[in-house]
Unconditional design. Structure first.
Ligand code: ATP
Length: 460
């Protein structure tokens, strides 16, 4: 229970609203200010804290004044988290559980089709997917801004389906920042805390701390109209940080920024999460943003989850054709193919002329798919310039590419060509002499390939 911060919190409690579960309360006057030295854990229903060497466990009574008591508790809980974020001590759990969540709009539109998802405490989870896949709807249901058709959402172990947004202890950062134009930066950041009656000195302390973290201290007196897009975005993040909520929700927060600023702010968001560790759910349609920010990425498509996993896992071991094609830039090449039985092992026929020997390590896995129309998935970086060394590598085969377009990128060169009518991209060394119209020998590393069953859409 040692959090290692100074006694500095005063919690006003009305004794009539409490039951003491494990400590002296009887001696308290009817309205009392408790000096909390080390808040341990709290929830809207109960609180455990240490005051002057005595541990108290209080249970909230179902009293008419519940809301008032709850807001005190929320304040305490937020403050404790804020302190812990600055002292690095352990925080109470703030995981989000999404259970069989369905969202149906009028006209039988099923935007979210029975999603199950666990967001761990401290985790940075990114929801990514194409436009209309349901990611914003899911985020808004977590925030309480969208009604749930069926299923349950839990924050910190408590079902919040019927809890209004302001009582969910979440902070949301929107794409359009939603700053108050008539307030300066300080007041914009402080506004939510003022509404919650946080003492003025504490508001200043929190705003200053967040402003320092985001490098906007010199902008605190400015109005939003005198800020650049990136600065406004920082203020919007600062407003969320000062709240010290259980959960941050980000809805495409960088999409209004230009490409350079987006990359810069991406790093800032990552830094902030490394500093405050708040559980975060982040929505984007940009798979690079998803890969760079996330502890785990959730790929959504048409209201369902295609795959959940750490970025590297999604990249190297996609479970479905959709994930294989969505994650990675340039995208994975997907080519119709057929697995054939050869005298010396399995072969992969792309056309009548292009038949490649499959690595023996894949024989058992691909044997059930012999003679069925399948898809070969191979990333551009696994189609590289062919050289003497390539020949000696097991599982690496030669393919002659009729070069269509060459794109020098500096560090690498993209070579585009067609197999039948399917466009293929290879990533070669910039020193490779590649010219449109020529045949370029490429090394295809089939140890890195994926075989997809087009009927099920699954990688086999
Ligand atoms: P985007 O990246 O374009 O914001 P998204 O993945 O966030 O897309 P949602 O905004 O969650 O997608 O929408 C999911 C689906 O629900 C879409 O088909 C959309 O048209 C539909 N939808 C969203 N809001 C409503 C509404 N109020 N009424 C009816 N259908 C809606």
């Amino acid at each position: 229970m040692a959090y290692g911060f100074r006694p500095m919190w005063h919690l006003p409690i009305r004794a009539s609203n409490w039951d003491s579960a494990a400590a002296p309360l009887g001696g308290l006057p009817s309205y009392h200010t408790v000096r909390v030295e080390a808040p341990a854990e709290s929830s809207p229903r109960w609180i455990c804290y240490t005051s002057q060497s005595t541990t108290y466990v209080l249970r909230e009574r179902a009293a008419p004044r519940q809301r008032r008591v709850r807001s005190h508790l929320q304040l305490l809980s937020s403050f404790a988290r804020f302190m812990r974020s600055t002292t690095g001590a352990t925080e109470p759990m703030a995981e989000v559980s999404i259970r069989k969540i369905v969202k149906e709009y009028e006209g039988n539109v099923q935007a979210v089709k029975g999603i199950d998802l666990e967001v761990a405490d401290h985790e940075f989870l990114v929801l990514v997917g194409p436009s209309g896949c349901g990611k914003t709807t899911l985020l808004r249901m977590i925030a309480g801004l969208e009604e749930i058709t069926s299923g349950e959402i839990l924050i910190g172990g408590e079902i919040v389906n019927d809890v209004p947004p302001r009582d969910r202890d979440i902070a949301m950062v929107f794409q359009n920042y939603a700053l108050y134009p008539h307030m300066n930066v300080f007041d914009n950041m402080a506004f939510g805390l003022k509404l919650r009656h946080v003492p003025r000195t504490e508001i200043k302390q929190r705003v200053d701390h967040a402003a320092q973290m985001l490098d906007i201290t010199s902008l605190l007196d400015r109005k939003p109209r005198a800020l650049s897009g990136g600065q406004r975005q920082r203020v919007a993040m600062g407003r969320a940080i000062v709240r010290s909520p259980k959960v941050f929700l980000f809805d495409e927060p960088l999409s209004n920024l230009d490409a350079k600023l987006r990359v810069q702010m991406r790093t800032e968001i990552k830094k902030v999460h490394q500093a405050v560790h708040t559980t975060t759910v982040y929505v984007t349609h940009d798979q690079v943003e998803a890969m760079t920010l996330a502890d785990r990425v959730v790929v959504m498509n048409q209201g369902i989850i295609e795959q959940v996993g750490p970025p590297q896992e999604l990249y190297h071991a996609p479970a479905t054709q959709f994930v294989a094609g969505f994650i990675g830039s340039p995208a994975m090449n997907l080519l119709p193919c057929r697995v054939l039985n050869g005298t010396d092992g399995l072969r992969l026929a792309l056309t009548n002329d292009i038949v490649l020997a499959l690595p023996p390590s894949r024989t058992e896995r691909y044997a059930p798919y012999v003679d069925r129309p399948m898809l070969l998935g191979i990333r551009p970086e696994h189609l590289t310039q062919y050289d003497a060394e390539s020949e000696s590598r097991s599982g690496v085969v030669r393919v002659n590419a009729p070069v269509d377009v060459v794109e020098p990128m500096g560090m690498e060169t993209m070579v585009h060509f067609f197999v039948d009518s399917v466009a293929v991209c290879a990533r070669v060394d910039p020193t490779t002499p590649a010219e449109p119209g020529q045949s370029l020998p490429l090394a295809a590393d089939l140890n890195q390939m994926h075989l997809i069953d087009p009927d099920s859409g699954r990688v086999v």
